[in-house]
Design a protein around this ligand. Sequence first.
Ligand SMILES: [Zn+2]
Length: 455
Amino acid sequence: MDTNVTELRPASLSNRAKARAKNAAEWAAAKAKLSKATAAPAPTPAPPAEPPPEPTPALPAPAAVEPTTHAEAPKTVCPILQRILCWKRPFESKAELEFMTWLHGEIKLRGGEAQVRTRGNVVVEIKRSDAKKCGTLFSCHTDTVHHSSAEPQQKLVYDADFGHIFLDKNAPNPGSCLGADDGAGVWLMLEMIAAKVPGTYVFHRGEERGGVGAHAMVVASADWLRTFDLAIAFDRAGTGDVITHQGGLRCASDKFGTALAAALNTAGGFKYTLSTGGTFTDTKVYARLISECTNISVGYMNQHGQDETLDYTHLVALRDAVLKIDWDSLPADRDPAKEESMPSNYPYVPGAYKGWEGFDRGPWKGYNPAHDDLDRYPSKPASKKGKKGKSAPPPQQRQLELELAPEDEFANMHVDDIVALIEDDPATIAALIVDLASEVKALRAKVEYMKGALK
Ligand SMILES: [Zn+2]
């Protein structure tokens, strides 16, 4: 491992650890007491006439047993995961392309064969031992929401007591996020390939740009995608979700989701449950072609910002669990041709998206759609000059508040909702269309550039 890649410092024994050690000692003492008390067949005291029992030889001290089944945090972080998380990978940046090259090598080292598909998506097939067709597609994405990869490496901190990985915000050139979204999924799939878990693995590009890689796969390989029954994404925040709906549309049946949650919980002692709260990941794009399209929590939290963390203890336990599951045995119950919305509490309310201020919020702060560098997210504020400045409506006309980038919002919406938005605020929508069109134009130029760069 390169010395400049990372500098994980083990956390010193914190108060939490001390408390836990104390509890463990107390628990061990209580258990020892308990086993002594229950060792005798009956609590009746022996008749005094009988000789006293032989003193038993000293038993080895009982092992310190945690009074919980929660897994211990690993002492160190797998160097491959460190490498992935240290690497800033905004879509189509030079750093991301270098990452794809590195990923090829890692797949090969694990005995897999990396096929480069449309838009640079990487597909790896691990065949079943019985030579039957494998019906499961596994999904992750290689890009991150880093604003810039001008300094392509970042440093991490690992709290070995808590079992969480953090961004080292005090290091020079800290990144704008940890990138466990979706570095966790990339690592998990490499582990599964190494363990020869049968399935087809798709390392998607451009998920953070609205599923650019996945959409390209649908255009180029729809019939191939239709041969799968299950599409499992490892790209959900938290530690307990099996996603059945993305963007308000059903993408997986409750029957399948329940079976998958049960399989995970049995294999890993987790508490996975069904969730209708999915927004978007690559498998949503396949929902009209593949019966069951889900997304599973992989342990990252507060993604898309510097406070992003990764529950490494959970990720390692999840890795151990996914290696045990017979994926092809899970039921495929949903008809992908039928579209089903959420029956109620769908979050979109016409007119609710108030106060949109352009690309000046959250991870989009400073984002200029006409920007045409390799790094898509300049850290400096967007220029006031230029086409966007001229075409944008005056502030009082801006009525939309978007949680995501416009293209992600639109990709998640029903046509009816978009029509409602246009009726609600035609000037703002017109300005958005101009923005999106200029972005498509910029993307086309970039594709041409990348074609040249890859030759
Ligand atoms: Zn993601």
